[in-house]
Design a protein around this ligand. Structure first.
Ligand SMILES: [Zn+2]
Length: 165
């Protein structure tokens, strides 16, 4: 079921629209293989007549399964448009197509949500790419093997260094 709004109901005043559009209804294909849109789009909108237009206002949310472009870690990205609005003309050259007396709102929700998809998904804003070294806090985790044959002296001096720490 696409999201249909009977525009005659708007004559009585604003109409609240709440629900979700499934991935199948959205038929949204992401161009980026790092972003997967396989969860529904949630909408919570108010529709009202504004002159020769329908004014849609409200919140759009959608969860995306992403893969970080730098470290390839999977993560969930929430697309959130808390103050989304859209003006649909009912007259003039740009007027929207009606099915009898109903307007299909699906394409407008889809388009703006799609535009809010991350272009370069990152698991966190400063993701540095490869996973961090666990020894990054400055403490040696183990004595590194020296190249070639380690002399006995160097082994002992390493142990001394460890005791001192
Ligand atoms: Zn990352």
């Amino acid at each position: 079921m696409p999201l249909l709004l009977n525009i005659e109901t708007l004559a009585k005043g604003p109409v609240r629209l709440r629900g979700e559009l499934s991935p199948e209804e959205l038929d949204m294909e992401t161009l980026d293989e790092l972003v997967e849109a396989d969860e529904p789009l949630d909408y919570d909108l108010t529709a009202e007549r504004a002159g020769d237009n329908i004014l849609l206002r409200g919140r759009l949310t959608m969860r995306l399964q992403c893969e970080c472009a730098r470290c390839l870690r999977p993560f969930v990205h929430r697309v959130e448009l808390p103050e989304w609005s859209c003006l649909l003309p009912l007259a003039g050259e740009e007027k929207i197509e009606l099915i009898n007396v109903s307007a299909d709102l699906t394409p407008y929700l889809r388009e703006d949500t799609f535009l809010a998809f991350p272009q370069h998904p990152l698991c966190e804003p400063g993701c540095g790419g490869s996973p961090k070294w666990t020894g990054g806090d400055g403490k040696p985790l183990k004595i590194k093997e020296a190249c070639g044959e380690p002399s006995e002296a160097s082994v002992w001096s390493k142990l001394d260094n460890l005791k001192l720490e």
